[in-house]
Design a binder for this molecule. Structure first.
Ligand code: AG3
Length: 274
């Protein structure tokens, strides 16, 4: 008997993967967590039926959510990740020698536990001495800490349930306050094909608060439409005016100097959303 997993990405579109077995499944206070062994993508973390990360394509998302902002800031020392309990973003952040401390604030401790147990190549840096892992509400955490971080990353799920507040103008204001005077942040902002209104709204909201607002793109096979966006809000540094020589050699599979620039070249229909 063949087993297949389908994420219904929209009312009318889905992604279907042949699976070997379900390694773990549990419903927490926040969501249903599943860890599935797929043939094409390796192990896959699924939250409330939506694919969060897979062993084979996670590098694209995790490199792009981290290295673009960390190379935009000339000397990022203190980093906050909201969400991202799988640890993929943290693994990339600690590759930057300037980084002294990474704080990961994940609302659902089970996501961290499951990733540590089943996704060792993704969660491997969670035990790094520079990393502090906190299980609490990221929105409350950001509100409590002012003028503290060089870079903040919002590594969230889709804007449903507990994550809705992470896409709000009020939260972006709190992020502004939580950043140092030359700080910057990046949020994952969904698919330009399937989430057009969300992308427009988020961009406008961030633009009112941050002097520099930029959207960038990458291709991720397992996410809806395969085409993904991130939005950056920055107080001082422009990601397109960086000193390229400051991009040092760190071990990556997707991110390059060229990609750092080209990711900001937007197709006409995406530009028109902004
Ligand atoms: N967070 C973004 C996942 C969104 C995918 N959406 C979907 N499959 N419907 C990924 C977290 C990885 N650290």
């Amino acid at each position: 008997m063949e087993m297949w997993f389908t994420e219904k990405q929209t009312e009318n579109v889905g992604i279907t993967c042949k699976t070997e077995k379900t390694l773990y499944m549990e419903t927490t206070q926040y969501q249903e967590i599943a860890l599935i062994q797929t043939l094409q993508f390796g192990r896959m973390l699924v939250l409330d039926g939506t694919v969060q990360t897979t062993e084979n394509d996670e590098f694209i998302y995790h490199e792009m959510i981290t290295h673009v902002p960390l190379f935009t800031h000339p000397f990022p020392k203190n980093i906050l990740v909201v969400g991202g309990g799988d640890g993929g973003a943290v693994r990339e952040i600690v590759k930057h020698p300037s980084v002294q401390k990474v704080t990961l604030v994940e609302i659902d401790g089970k996501v961290i536990e499951v990733s540590k147990n089943f996704l060792p190549t993704i969660s491997c840096a969670l035990e790094n001495p520079k990393v502090e892992v906190l299980v609490e509400d990221g929105i409350q955490y950001v509100k409590k800490h002012k003028n503290k971080f060089d870079v903040i990353l919002i590594d969230s799920t889709d804007p449903i349930g507990a994550a809705v507040g992470l896409f709000s103008k009020e939260f972006y204001k709190a992020i502004y306050e939580s950043l140092k005077e030359d700080g910057l942040f990046v949020a994952q902002t969904e698919s330009p094909f399937f989430n057009k209104e969300l992308i427009s709204k988020v961009y406008q909201d961030i633009k009112i608060i941050f002097p520099i607002t930029k959207l960038y793109l990458c291709a991720i096979p397992t996410y809806p439409s395969g085409f993904w966006s991130f939005t950056m809000g920055s107080k001082k540094y422009d990601p397109l005016k960086i000193d390229e020589n400051k991009i040092i050699n760190i071990d990556t599979k997707y991110y390059t100097r060229e990609i750092h620039k080209s990711a900001f070249s937007l197709p006409k229909f995406v530009k028109d959303l902004l």
